[in-house]
Design a protein around this ligand. Sequence first.
Ligand code: ARG
Length: 577
Amino acid sequence: MNIRELVSQKVSAAMSIAGIPSNFTANVIISKNAQFGDYQANGTMAAAKAMRRPPRDLAAEIVSYLKLDGIADKVEVAGPGFINISLSSEFLSSLAFDIAKDPRLGIPQAEQADTVVVDYSAPNLAKEMHVGHLRSSIIGDAQVRLMEFLGHHVIRQNHIGDWGTQFGMLIAELEEALTGDDALSFELKDLETFYQRSKAHFDADPAFATKSRDYVVRLQSGDAQVLALWKRFIDLSMHHAEEIYQLLNVSLTRKDVQGESAYNADLPVLVKELKDQNLAVESEGALVVFLDELADKDGNPSPVIIQKQGGGFLYATTDLAAIRYRTNTLKADRVLVFTDARQALHFKQIFLVAEKAGFSTPNAKLVHCPFGMMLGQDGKPFKTRSGGVVKLADLLKEAIERSEALVMTKNPDLDADTQADVARKVAIGAVKYADLSKTRTHDYVFNWDAMLSFEGNTAPYLQYAYTRIQSIARKANASTDVAPLILETAQERALAIKLIQFEEALEQVNREAQPHIICTYLYDLASLFMSYYEHCPILKPEVPEPIKNSRLTLNAATARTLQLGLDLLGIEVMEQM
Ligand code: ARG
């Protein structure tokens, strides 16, 4: 049960009895400090101002109409007119008990399941995956897992860059590689080097350059032989991306691939429609849609080129076709696209064009979910020491090596297999969590020591908290039975309140596509657990049995919440570390 919503409804009802117009909201938030109750309604002040009434008076009147029997046992007006609400202990313990009993930890399935298309990862197959795709893959995958858990119908779309003139040169190079001695065993081990090799070849050898250009033309006209080579290349490059997904525990598979090339057939059709609707006009030989809605400060409309001089289509054209496919064919209620913030204008433009041209369905929500850049310690875009692109494969390898060394010193007694397993989970968890825990839209500084630390808002801290709780359960030989909760101390109460607020956090992420909210929640939960654990003995002989069982139940619910929360972020836990 979403308690914030429940309290909101009750306060709104009381506000309406007090004669406050319904456009004023209760504005109920989770209190930052237990001193101000568990929830706080902050909407009175705005309403009082509009109604020209002293806010404290109005707050008192609202409180007099407020029906919170069985929910809250203390309601107070504070400060300039805040209403502070404390949940009743019986209500809280019965809610937390229900959560502890429920395999889904009290999280309901969405009443109305949306069809949500999520476009994420989307590497360009001509080149090696780089850090921009790391962020998109990690954040997009967390969002997808969460929405699926909430019961939405999620359709992953990996909009890979698999089309464009550079493929002419790459498949010409591939053809030569395949006719060499190692033909059968050829693997695209290092895409970056392969790209550079073919580029150098292209620049140095006019015959090769001519052939590459010819391949582009033949590719576009559907020549079977060239298409077969292209497919081979895409397959090799995609295989490389899949290795990264697997290592990163990202849930994308081949069947989620719907690359740029998938829209080829629709591009001329779509361009003709834009022309027929007089939305696209010729300008300097190209076809352009001019958007007055996005005009600059001098009133110049924002241009969206949809066809180049000479007939070529662009990134924008493909994205228009993608919107049409996602809303009309896949019937998306929502489309979320995760790319870095530098593409913000691009998506503003194409969403607007799609709407004006009727390519999207009227009720579909099109949302660009931008993220900031990953920076190095120097505050500049993350690069290798020599200034090159950091290959994801290398980055993850380094993460695992660092984590291995760490795990070895922390717990030298683990057997080798367990050690390797723990090291991998910690490494991947650390890299993903460091990214996920930051506000998505901000740039963030990549820092090995911070992300692998066992203290602070990190994956290892949460994974460690989980193993600690599990080890208490083992020591107690705890049964899996759920005991009634007795919330005697402030620490037990605070932990129980946090547990019942998991649902609110998840629903917020569903709405706002900001997975860091889950991280903040889990970090708060683990911290509250630690302070509860310090204050509330569990296994000491003097602890009465019902209290011990209540605490073991709180423990188990906390551990399962940590596990589920991390799982929604695509991070694994382990029983010991
Ligand atoms: N391939 C693009 C890039 O690497 C990202 C594609 C994102 N999705 C889209 N529909 N444009 O920047």
